[in-house]
Design a protein around this ligand. Structure first.
Ligand SMILES: Cc1cc2nc3c(=O)[nH]c(=O)nc-3n(C[C@H](O)[C@H](O)[C@H](O)COP(=O)(O)OP(=O)(O)OC[C@H]3O[C@@H](n4cnc5c(N)ncnc54)[C@H](O)[C@@H]3O)c2cc1C
Ligand code: SF4
Length: 476
């Protein structure tokens, strides 16, 4: 096992993300040794560490003279490319094993996608329900419907009881890692302490149990809600554990299904949660491997604007963005709607270069790995793939944030004001986005209603919107 600088710095990851991964690795090495394996572990600060996977495999070949190399395929295109070179470059046979932590194989996804005009998640998800049997009665979905999303859009009220996520006190191994990260990555984004993520399989299991007991029942109802000062609401915070391999996604879903059948959670919560994992998670992975390596360069709208500084500092008067960026800096976490409808929506409306947006998301979240982050960012949130993943852009005015959160009450801007000084920036930027990209979007039937609304406005109103948007963009 090797801690290589190439991996800790290919983007400037959040300090908590680096600490989480290194500490989980070190704990895993201890567990393996405890169960009788020999583990050669190279630490980041080992003076002989070459800093790359290839360099470390070459060093290990010299040290141990093995007869073959067995390696599990990488989840990212970049690293898989490195591994593939080994079959040629190393003087030792290399066998690449399948990563069995996913429900759909690449072949399954490819054959599902083959010949389809549109690759919509909903239909892939139904196949995954049939394949796993999760929430199925024979060949029929539990409750008579595949998807209960319509019930999952309640705004949260400030007096709601919201459980805290499970917090783990760092042990000596984690403390060592925290010191290392503090020394070597002090100029990376994010706050390192307090650090409370579980870093072992046992603590990830505890976090799952904690979620099942305290939050799952309301997960569905408040899935899209946002509240000032509440970073987690009823979300699970399990993505970081599942993505690193401390939890098995299918097992997590079976436990959620069991909670539903035992009466501990309603169907809208259990179905909503299971859909995120066997639907969205598997689907974005399928898209990633189907569309890479070109996918990362997609830029459907031709956006070139620089990512504003406040994505790093949180220093903005827009209360919704300030809240999302500040908690991202503190926790290396924001939930889906904050990622999609606040930071993502703003970048989309403002026409930010999608590659910069992608690199931001890849750096700042503890659960971020390119195979899952890139399709979510470039496809779902920025529509930079022109609609491979989403049937229309997730663009909205301030009204959506106002409906789903209490941020607007604390904002310097007025969400009801459409244009001019003090108007919520999302309002003019929304119409400017539609106007600017008319050539690319007006033929999309799901956008037709919005273009009709724009066309019904008189010229003066339209020009007020465009002028306000230009003022905001000039100030970014
Ligand atoms: C712009 C953008 C970037 C994102 N980047 C990442 C990323 O780097 N890594 C990542 O794991 N997820 C990413 N997501 C998806 C989603 O936002 C996170 O999985 C989720 O917020 C993680 O928090 P949680 O564990 O509390 O999730 P919960 O809300 O509790 O959801 C349960 C689980 O479902 C899965 N899930 C939910 N939505 C998605 C999705 N759209 N794609 C894949 N899995 C999903 C996750 O495993 C998650 O743990 C991104 C979404 C957007 C819009
Ligand atoms: S008024 Fe606009 S900028 Fe302010 S919190 Fe509401 S949506 Fe965000």
């Amino acid at each position: 096992m090797v801690e290589v600088v190439e991996e800790t710095t290919y983007v400037r990851h959040h300090k908590k993300k680096i600490a989480y991964i290194l500490s989980a690795m070190r704990h895993f090495a201890v567990e393996l040794r405890g169960s009788g394996w020999q583990v050669e572990y190279v630490r980041l600060d080992d003076p002989d560490n070459s800093g790359s996977f290839t360099g470390e495999v070459e060093r290990a070949l010299k040290r141990f003279g093995p007869t073959r190399i067995l390696v599990t395929e990488a989840s990212e295109w970049r690293v898989q490319g490195v591994i593939r070179t080994w079959t040629e470059s190393l003087d030792c046979p290399v066998e690449i094993l399948e990563d069995d932590r996913f429900i759909a194989t690449y072949e399954e996804f490819r054959s599902w996608a083959d010949g389809r005009k549109q690759l919509r998640m909903e239909f892939f998800y139904r196949d995954m329900r049939r394949k796993t049997g999760l929430l199925m009665n024979g060949d029929q979905p539990e409750g008579g419907k595949w998807n209960f999303d319509a019930e999952n859009r309640k705004p949260a009220k400030a007096d709601l009881f919201i459980p805290s996520p499970m917090q783990v006190v760092p042990d000596n191994i984690t403390q060592d890692v925290l010191s290392l990260v503090d020394q070597q990555f002090s100029d990376h984004f994010g706050t390192l302490k307090p650090f409370w993520f579980g870093v072992t399989r046992a603590s990830a299991e505890d976090a799952l149990e904690h979620f099942l007991k305290h939050a799952l029942a309301s997960f569905g109802d408040y899935q899209d809600a946002m509240l000032e000062g509440e970073s987690f609401l009823y979300h699970s915070l399990l993505a970081l554990h599942i993505n690193i391999g401390l939890l098995d996604p299918l097992d997590v879903c079976r436990r959620v299904e069991k909670a539903y059948y035992s009466g501990a959670a309603p169907l809208n919560a259990a179905e909503g949660f299971i859909r995120q994992i066997i639907g969205w998670r598997e689907y974005v992975r399928g898209i990633y491997w189907l569309k890479m390596p070109d996918y990362v360069d997609q830029n459907f709208f031709g956006n070139t604007r620089q990512l504003p500084d406040f994505y790093w500092t949180g220093n903005t008067d827009m209360a919704c963005l300030r809240a999302a960026v500040s908690q991202t800096r503190e926790e290396a976490y924001a939930h889906h709607i904050q990622r999609l409808m606040v930071t993502g929506n703003f970048a989309l409306l403002a026409g930010i270069d999608p590659k910069q947006v992608h690199e931001w998301y890849l750096s700042v979240y503890a659960d971020a790995y390119e195979w899952v982050e890139l399709p979510n960012t470039l496809g779902m949130s920025q529509f930079a793939d022109g609609g491979v993943l989403a049937s229309k852009p997730y663009a909205s005015s301030g009204n959506y944030i106002h409906k789903m959160s209490d941020h607007c009450k604390l904002c310097r801007y007025d969400v009801k004001r459409k244009t001019g000084e003090g108007a919520c920036p999302f309002n003019p930027l929304y119409w400017d986005f539609l106007h600017r990209n008319r050539g690319k979007l007006s033929s999309n039937p799901r956008m037709a209603q919005m273009y009709r609304t724009w066309d019904r406005m008189n010229e003066e109103k339209q020009s007020d919107y465009l002028k306000s948007a230009a003022d905001i963009l000039a100030r970014l």
